[in-house]
Write a protein that binds this ligand. Structure first.
Ligand code: T4K
Length: 370
């Protein structure tokens, strides 16, 4: 039997190779390949304009801006966060010697439930680190009210939230800082890459020192920094991808429309609809399986898809709180996180990217409804 074409959960947005070659030629001519080069500067400016945020600092990936934000804000003690995310969110706390305190999520968004935050605050709590999971905006207003009441900082892991807006305003403007991932698997990628978004020039300057070992000029080190600078090749690649990211998001949107049209009528499958006033980026398309009504468990469907060369992914299973590093924490108790467990145990992210053709989408749908 002929093997069916492989469909992966995502596929990277790639710049035109000739255009990229032209930019590489410019880099070769200048012989300036990293350390705040001209493409790096240009990409920071263009991203700030595109994302409608005041300042952007580029990074080598989406994990280092999280680690750096915690350093820059001198966060210590305990930080309230979500277990329903990629493990990098919590690892960033661990690498800073901070104890994560997991709070359950809201089933309607998958994001941290603001109503459960206050009871997790202790005298050692210094910050909240929510995630806009799948690019769905957190309840930033409620989180700000709680943070202000208790004098806490807020760092948003916005790895999935590239270009997401609420009522015309970027979601990345919420909190003290937000961080992005530009990994190959994201809506917008620079191969590996990431960024931090901040509100003021002074913070931007400080972050730029911190991502360059703390250097201010040739001889002064103003803080114990790290090296997390983006190089010129990736910045050039990022400039080209920025020109085509809107078209890629629209292609994803069309896939989401088709999935929803059909899956809305399938018993035992649920998914998120668009939120009113929100400009979404369609970075992921998670569906949730209710085995009793669907007639098959999540894992059975996952395996069935794999057997047909359709590679959905169980983002985010297992929960971060289930990994051995975090499992022993008091807040990792299963009865503290019932909604997060429910989601993690029932989720499959369907293939979602700009390269999916109609035929691919119909093949995926057919497999799910049969
Ligand atoms: N915070 C959150 C909330 C995050 O989700 C992430 C990362 C971070 C922080 C940290 O950001 P980074 O430091 O990574 O920038 C992926 C990504 O590696 C990771 O960036 C992402 N989140 C996480 C959710 O997913 P994997 O292990 O699923 O990727 P992988 O290699 O299995 O790829 C998935 C599929 O994508 C493949 O089946 C095919 C396709 N693919 C992948 C790559 C790498 C391609 O077609 N081409 C490629 O080059 O982790």
């Amino acid at each position: 039997m002929k093997e069916e074409k492989l469909i992966t959960v995502t596929s990277p947005l790639l710049p035109d190779l000739d255009d990229f070659h032209e930019m590489l030629q410019q880099i070769w001519n200048s012989r300036w390949i990293t350390n705040n080069g001209s493409f790096h500067k240009q990409l920071e400016k263009e991203l700030a304009a595109y994302l409608k945020v005041p300042f952007v600092s580029l990074f080598t990936n989406g994990t280092l801006p999280l680690i750096t934000a915690l350093q820059a804000l001198h966060i210590t003690g305990e930080v309230i966060t979500t277990p329903y995310s990629f493990v990098a969110t919590t690892h960033a706390l661990w690498w800073n010697g901070i104890k994560p305190v997991f709070v359950d999520v809201d089933l309607s968004t998958g994001n941290i439930d603001p109503d459960k935050i206050e009871s997790a605050i202790t005298p050692r709590t210094t910050a909240i680190m929510p995630v806009h999971v799948y690019g769905k905006p957190c309840n930033t207003k409620r989180i700000k009210e709680i943070a202000d009441k208790y004098g806490l900082k807020v760092i948003y892991d916005a790895a999935h939230a590239f270009g997401v807006e609420v009522n015309g305003e970027s979601i990345l403007n919420a909190g003290d800082m937000s961080t992005l991932s530009f990994h190959a698997t994201k809506v917008y990628n620079t191969i590996e890459g990431g960024a931090m978004v901040m509100h003021d020039e002074e913070t931007k300057r400080r972050i730029d020192y911190l991502k360059n070992f703390g250097f201010n000029g040739e001889t002064e080190v103003i803080a114990p920094g790290i090296n997390s600078k983006m190089d010129e090749m990736r910045a050039a690649y990022g400039l080209l991808n920025l020109k085509q990211v809107d078209a890629a998001i629209e292609a994803r949107h069309q896939v989401a429309i088709r999935y929803r049209d059909v899956l809305r009528n399938v018993k035992g499958i649920s998914f998120f609809d668009d939120m009113p006033g929100v400009k979404h980026n369609y970075s992921y398309f998670p569906i949730f399986i209710d085995a009793e009504n669907y007639g098959m468990t999540r894992n059975e469907l996952y395996e069935k898809m794999r057997a047909s060369n359709i590679l959905g992914r169980r983002y985010f299973y297992p929960l971060i709180s289930e990994f051995s590093t975090y499992k022993g924490l008091e807040s990792s108790r299963k009865d503290n996180l019932p909604n997060a467990h429910k989601m993690a145990d029932s989720v499959i992210c369907l293939p979602m990217h700009h390269m999916l053709g109609e035929e691919d989408v119909e093949r995926i749908i057919k497999l799910i409804i049969n």
